[in-house]
Design a protein around this ligand. Structure first.
Ligand SMILES: [Zn+2]
Length: 379
């Protein structure tokens, strides 16, 4: 099957879900169906999940400790996915996980409560909290020059578990899902359950911007060191094995939520997440809304598009329902923590608007009667 990326100036929507070809690195087949939809069909029909679970057991048998020492790192935010994985590894597969967590820019109450509940359910955890001063400065720079204040958090989420794996001599790191495979991007690791650390990490997750590239914007080496990924040499020396749990067990985010609610007392957001209709994913940082809002500005697809596309693929809603949800919620302005976020990043409202408008590309946006309007919407 030939998959290709459309010309990025010509906006096209997947025939099965609601995602568009503006999502970075996403591929479509010649019938106009996106790679994550095709992969979702394989998940339903052709992947032998019993065989995959057998592979998981064989993998874990290789690493399971006999004396109860930690044998697997689980990067954990306290959300549904990490809670599900940590609990499954410990109770179903007899592993001894060490959780690694990265503090968000600004905790929400429910985010903190969920992480605490997970740890209280019987897990040891190490947490990375970068200097507040540096975190703020870096997030602001990333907002200004990359259009996403979340990038520094993203660096830490990838770097910290690996650093801890090396430091604690725990050879196995179990990530959740490969976003490139599940939600759209590079399909090359679809049937592997792992990535090529040296070539994929920076390209796929950071769009080519490594933490070191921010030194030219005024950050010092001392300030960025905790955000930096260990080198490939360090990884090789430590013989690290990093895997995606979603390769081994059929990945259905909604079911992860139900599992985590039952077993580790995970709570949903008491309020609907801004920009979408859901309450179940990614709400531990007050900056979350801006990350998704900026995706809407940069690519014309926001948080509701992403949530609705997953649910169509999992067979929970129809495409028509998804289109209606996108029209209703996509691009909703994240007003709830707006003032706090401006204060945090130390920018004024007019600076904020100027930065946002910088990321509106002319093939996606036009200004009519002083208002910005998307030129294309899913239908
Ligand atoms: Zn699709």
């Amino acid at each position: 099957m030939v998959l290709s990326q459309y010309n990025s100036f010509e906006v096209k929507y997947c025939k099965k879900c609601v995602v568009s070809n503006q999502r970075p690195r996403i591929e479509f087949n010649s019938d106009g169906v996106c790679a994550p939809c095709l992969y979702a069909e394989q998940k339903q029909r052709s992947i032998d999940w019993a065989k995959r679970e057998g592979e998981l057991v064989a993998l874990l048998d290789q690493y399971r400790s006999k004396d109860g020492s930690y044998d697997v790192i689980v990067p954990a935010s306290g959300g549904k996915d990490s809670s599900y994985i940590a609990h499954m590894l410990k109770t179903k597969y007899g592993m001894h996980p060490l959780l690694t967590s990265v503090a968000p820019n600004m905790w929400t109450d429910v985010g903190w409560e969920n992480l605490t509940n997970l740890v209280d359910a019987g897990f040891d955890q190490v947490m990375m909290r970068p200097s507040g001063q540096v975190y703020r400065k870096f997030s602001r720079l990333a907002f200004e020059h990359f259009g996403d204040p979340f990038l520094p958090f993203g660096y830490l989420v990838k770097a910290f578990p690996i650093r801890m794996a090396i430091q604690y001599r725990i050879p196995l790191v179990m990530y959740a899902e490969d976003g490139e495979v599940e939600y759209g991007g590079d399909t090359k690791n679809q049937h592997r359950g792992t990535i090529d650390y040296d070539s994929d990490m920076v390209r796929q997750y950071f769009s080519g911007f490594s933490p070191e590239s921010w030194m030219k914007y005024g950050l010092t080496y001392n300030e960025i060191q905790s955000f930096m990924l260990p080198t490939f040499e360090e990884i090789k020396q430590a013989r690290l094995d990093y895997r995606y749990f979603a390769y081994y067990r059929k990945w259905v985010p909604q079911e992860n939520y139900y599992y985590a609610a039952e077993h580790v007392n995970l709570k949903p957001n008491p309020m609907r997440n801004e920009g979408t209709y859901s309450k179940y994913a990614s709400f531990d940082d007050k900056l979350d809304g801006f990350h998704f809002y900026m995706a809407y500005i940069k690519f014309g697809i926001g948080r509701a598009t992403s949530d609705a596309a997953h649910e169509v693929r999992d067979g929970h809603i129809t495409r028509e329902e998804a289109v209606a949800l996108v029209h209703k919620y996509d691009g909703e302005f994240p007003a709830r923590y707006f003032r706090e976020c401006l204060d945090y990043m130390d920018i004024t409202e007019s600076e904020f608007e100027k930065i946002v408008d910088n990321y509106r590309r002319p093939h996606l946006w036009e200004k009519t009667d002083g208002k910005w309007i998307l030129k294309h919407r899913v239908s």
